[in-house]
Design a protein around this ligand. Structure first.
Ligand code: KG4
Ligand code: ZN
Length: 329
């Protein structure tokens, strides 16, 4: 069995996965959303302090599996450096005290392998990764053959929901709150510009849209519940339209055989439905991770770790370090 630790942002999570059967034997996550909500976003130092409290609490519940462990896996990149550090310190301490090797896992690979939790791996696959920190299209042929074919030039899809939510005082994380408000809004009430619409490049941008929403809010003040719902609906429609326009371009060039959406923001129903329709038109197989594994969790880190374990991809206790801003996978 492998014990995996995830602490790249504001979720403290530990999982235990059986190497042979790929079964998830234990999985727990303690989210810090409530504590960060008052600040309208994640405060790194607070997040690190909360990991220090939560991770040992979860670990206490896993003690019975210690005797069966073959390795300790931990997210070491990318993410917030102070929070990644907490997971890595715990992994080092466990590795040293239990005499186990360490597996360093890339968080983005984790999101991709959230598709394969308790399942066999299906690759090659073209993957849309939408999270708080990333908006990317990745062509994944194998564990160590992943190519980023499109990325954002500034902010990410998930983060734009967080910022809009903050501007409207709807709390953090913004994605679920904005999606909920949008249900009661008129998505055609206000016109917002679809980013990079005229550009032939397949890339993403959300800073301009965020600014357009800020100006719209100023124009609509004083706000009421209906106006907030309308703004959320119009923003969500435009944010998704941007992804869809670029993804359609990609499909037009060459429709992939397998396509998937992963990451916390892949929980967005509007986005899921439109990607489903696109895949149907192109007869592309669509894979979605289960909703409970879309956001950050240690189960997905454990799933990657099985593959790395089988490939003998270990790192020494001395060499493991965090790479907060790593770009390549
Ligand atoms: O993958 P994740 O848990 O953390 C990162 O690695 O960033 O993603 C969290 C992000 C947040 O920005 C959150 O607002 C967004 O995913 N999110 C959503 C939805 N649910 C979560 N964005 C849009 N619509 C949603 N339904
Ligand atoms: Zn993530």
């Amino acid at each position: 069995m492998i014990l995996s630790i995830e602490s790249s942002c504001d979720d403290s999570s530990i999982a235990i996965t059986d190497i042979k059967t790929k079964k998830l034997v234990y999985h727990k996550k303690i989210s810090q959303e409530l504590q960060h909500s008052v600040y309208g976003g994640v405060v790194p130092e607070l997040a690190a302090r909360l990991h220090v409290e939560a991770l040992p609490k979860i670990l206490e519940e896993c003690k019975e599996y210690f005797k069966d462990l073959k390795a300790i896996a931990v997210t070491n990149a990318p993410g917030l450096s102070v929070t990644l550090m907490e997971g890595v310190i715990m992994a080092k301490a466990l590795g040293l005290s239990l005499g186990l090797p360490i597996i360093a896992v890339n968080h983005l690979k984790g999101h991709i392998y959230s598709l394969f939790i308790e399942k066999e791996v299906i690759l090659p696959c073209t993957i849309l990764l939408v999270s708080g920190g990333h908006t990317q299209i990745i062509e994944a042929s194998a564990l160590n053959e992943m190519k980023i074919v499109a990325t954002t030039i500034d902010d990410s899809f998930g983060e734009s929901f967080d910022k809009v939510s903050k501007m409207l005082n709807l709390g953090y994380p913004g994605g679920p709150a904005v999606q909920e408000y949008a249900l009661n809004g008129d998505e055609n009430k206000y016109e917002l510009p679809i980013p990079l619409r005229q550009s032939p490049k397949i890339e993403f941008s959300y800073s301009g849209l965020k600014n357009a929403v800020r100006l719209l809010i100023e124009k609509c003040e004083p706000l009421d519940e209906q106006k907030i719902a309308d703004i959320c609906a119009c923003f969500q429609k435009t944010a998704v339209a941007h992804i869809m326009q670029k993804t359609k371009k990609l499909f037009k060039n060459k429709a992939p055989e397998n396509f998937a959406i992963v990451g916390g923001a892949s929980a967005n129903i509007h986005l899921r439905t439109q990607i489903e329709d696109l895949c149907k038109i192109h007869k592309t197989n669509l894979y979605l991770s289960q909703l409970k594994y879309c956001s950050d969790n240690a189960a997905m880190i454990g799933r990657v770790a099985i593959e790395q374990y089988n490939n003998n991809e270990f790192i020494s206790h001395e060499d493991i370090d965090i790479q907060a801003r790593v770009k390549v996978m």
